[in-house]
Design a protein. Structure first.
Ligand code: NAD
Length: 355
């Protein structure tokens, strides 16, 4: 297995992604938005949610598992509640529109809740919390995944029954500190990290995977294409399992798109449901005090003497900012196996560009 990798220019990678999506049939505005979202995920260090997803997206376009002519419907629109059905369309454009609309409501009323159902893969959920934080809002997101076989075992279970159901909390920047961002899968590791480990021929962390017999393994080679034999384990035992379950209830049930139980269709695509809450801090008190208190808390937490001086305590969101700065300058590292997969998709779609 090859471990060789190259550094790709972010703008060139985005052009390549855009061309692939457009050739597969995505509308120009959707292709541009999804391509930018994928490359942003690579820039922020989340290669599991970056351009490497394009082979799967190309299959979804071919099989009609993403609706290229989607026409979004607003199901409920009261002052503080928005329910949107994305009609199976692309995740990034629908997600960005939802954040924009719900943020306006939260600014007006102090608080808003929104759901997005029947949407293709939303990608890196942190992008939506960053969008809300840039508008000065706190946001909380619960996401479930359907249209796909389950990937994560329940705590004490030995086979997959859940998606990697991410939970994400964004809190706006203060005058001295950038935004807080906790954006995490509720499995020990994201599925894409197994794909990348398999492509690189390296082991996954112990305790993060069980094989098809329900036994612990560190070998990612059971990952065939974008399907997994066996199951990922939940983050933090019963706690991650509980959060993954909460995602099914909030995003799948309240969100209206359904949960991953087997009566919900599984066509081999990726459909997300999202339940989000948006809060304007100004509606909850004196924002000058809040900023000072946020800064004081962050200084206190980050001053904990590190167990290893090479790995200081970080503010959630700092890892993405640090890696984005580095990758913007040095390029996005990508292994040759993933590059080969992307070039093969380009060839199939008749796209001239190659990585
Ligand atoms: P991760 O484990 O890399 O990071 C999780 C969070 O921890 C981040 O907010 C990060 O800023 C923070 N963090 C990391 N190291 C830290 C440190 N040392 N100190 C303080 N904070 C730190 O993320 P993950 O769980 O692998 O998730 C990867 C991505 O996958 C996320 O962007 C998530 O939204 C996405 N995802 C999407 C779907 C979907 O269906 N759309 C499903 C699952 C995951």
């Amino acid at each position: 297995m090859s471990t060789a990798e190259r550094r790709l220019n972010p703008a060139e990678l985005e052009t390549f992604c855009n061309a692939l999506l457009a050739s597969g049939g995505a509308r120009a505005d959707d292709a541009a938005c999804v391509a930018a979202h994928l490359v942003d995920a690579n820039l922020k260090g989340h290669d599991s949610h970056g351009a490497g997803l394009l082979p799967a997206y190309a299959q979804h376009m071919k099989r009609g598992q993403v609706n290229l002519a989607a026409s979004e419907k607003t199901l409920t629109d009261t002052s503080v509640i928005l329910r949107v059905d994305a009609d199976g369309g692309w995740g990034a454009p629908a997600g960005q529109r939802l954040i924009e609309r719900a943020s306006a409501r939260a600014r007006e009323h102090g608080l808003a809740a929104a759901t997005l159902g029947q949407v293709h893969h939303l990608g890196r959920i942190g992008a939506y919390a960053e969008q809300a934080a840039a508008a000065g809002l706190v946001s909380i997101h619960f996401v479930n995944v359907t249209d796909h076989a389950p990937l994560v075992a329940p705590y004490r279970g030995s086979d997959a029954r859940f998606g990697t159901n991410p939970v994400c909390i964004g809190y706006p920047a203060t005058s001295t500190r950038p935004a807080f961002l906790l954006d995490m899968a509720t499995s020990q590791i994201a599925l894409g990290k197994v794909r990348i480990a398999a492509n690189r021929g390296v082991a996954v962390p112990s305790g993060s995977l069980i094989d098809k017999r329900g036994m612990p393994t560190t070998d990612p080679s059971g990952m065939a294409g974008f399907e997994l034999e066996g199951a990922l384990t939940p983050l933090g035992k019963h706690k991650g399992y509980g959060l993954a379950f909460a995602c099914e209830l909030l995003a799948g049930v309240l969100g209206g798109g359904g949960t991953i139980q087997p009566d919900t269709p599984r066509r081999g695509g990726i459909t997300n449901g999202m339940f989000s809450i948006f809060i304007d801090p100004a509606a909850f008190g004196d924002t000058a005090w809040m900023q000072a208190e946020t800064d004081a808390m962050a200084r206190y937490a980050l001053a904990s003497p590190p167990m290893d001086w090479d790995s200081p305590v970080l503010y959630p969101g700092d890892p993405e900012r640090a890696i984005a700065g580095k990758r913007a300058k040095e390029g996005i590292p990508m292994d040759e196996t993933t590059i080969g997969q992307l070039n093969a998709v380009a060839e199939k779609l008749g796209v001239a560009e190659r990585l």
